[in-house]
Design a protein around this ligand. Structure first.
Ligand code: DGL
Length: 273
């Protein structure tokens, strides 16, 4: 059954943002489940990484991006960055009049559904892990035991294209072995870049550990919210994709294509003061 559509929201785009390229994994998942929606992506390549920055700094960048995307008349905002979701989601939810979705709650729900032995591991940036956002989101809906590990070397590894190989194996072991030693059966990939390390993570963690990709869980949540609010485009294909980057659009186009299923074209540069 096709959801009813409110005619004012119908043709409006969905705004998606991240600190850089990583959120393209989320955009890609949204585009897959909602191919008829127009999507506008903002990658804050001038300020990446967010993962090692303070809460107030990440909130400021996030507010600036939300204000920029609001000018494009978006019908929904997706915070496609785990660190920005951890720090800025409550602030943006309060200040905006459209639905705002982060990646943490959908990822936590998917992990709670997946775990059998109620032992969940979380990996993410220093900011995400330090905020305890995933921990709290899991604890809110389950009695599962949660173990966390910040993995600051994963983002640079992925951006260098080192998704596999001897160096990557060693670094993944360093961060993931302490979690597997706790007998977790589910591991939340709490950072936009980690889905690109899936094969190595599977190899090191073992095939019995379920890897939870927040990108897919978030895309399902976006679809559900649009349908519940009668805000879908009503189309099954042909959604337009627009990309902005705050620095180096050429590099965004090149590296971004590793994170996105389609080829990225026409990235516009917009620097937000
Ligand atoms: N997008 C960030 C996240 O998901 C990772 C990159 C960064 O540190 O900015 O937390």
């Amino acid at each position: 059954m096709r959801a009813k559509t409110n005619s004012t929201a119908k043709n409006k785009p969905i705004g998606i943002f991240d600190s850089g390229f990583g959120g393209l994994t989320v955009m890609s998942a949204v585009n897959k489940v909602l191919p008829g929606e127009n999507l506008i992506y903002f990658g804050d390549t001038a300020h990446v990484p967010y993962g090692s920055k303070s809460k107030n700094t990440v909130i400021k960048f996030s507010k600036d991006i939300a204000a920029f995307l609001t000018k494009s008349n978006i019908k929904m905002l997706v915070i496609a960055c785990n660190t920005a979701s951890a720090f800025a989601l409550p602030v943006l939810k309060k200040q905006m009049t459209i639905p705002v979705v982060g990646v943490i709650e959908p990822g936590a729900k998917a992990a709670v559904t997946a775990t059998k032995n109620k032992k969940i591991g979380i990996i993410g940036t220093e900011g995400t892990v330090g905020s305890n956002s995933y921990y709290k989101a899991v604890k809110k809906i389950s009695k599962a035991t949660v173990f966390q590990q910040a993995c600051p070397l994963f983002v640079p590894l992925v951006e260098e294209g080192l998704n596999k190989g001897a160096i990557t194996d060693e670094i993944v072991k360093l961060y993931v072995k302490p979690l597997t030693a706790k007998k977790i059966d589910t591991l939340i990939l709490g950072c936009t870049h980690y889905p690109l390390l899936k094969n190595t993570l599977k190899k090191i963690a073992g095939k019995n550990i379920r890897l939870i990709d927040s990108a897919n869980a978030t895309a399902s949540s976006v679809k559900k919210i649009l349908e519940e609010n009668a805000m879908t485009s009503g189309k099954n294909s042909g959604g337009k994709l627009l990309f902005y980057a705050s620095d180096n659009p050429e590099k965004f186009q090149k590296i971004g294509s590793r994170f996105f299923t389609n080829k990225i074209k026409n990235v516009k540069k917009v620097y937000l003061e």
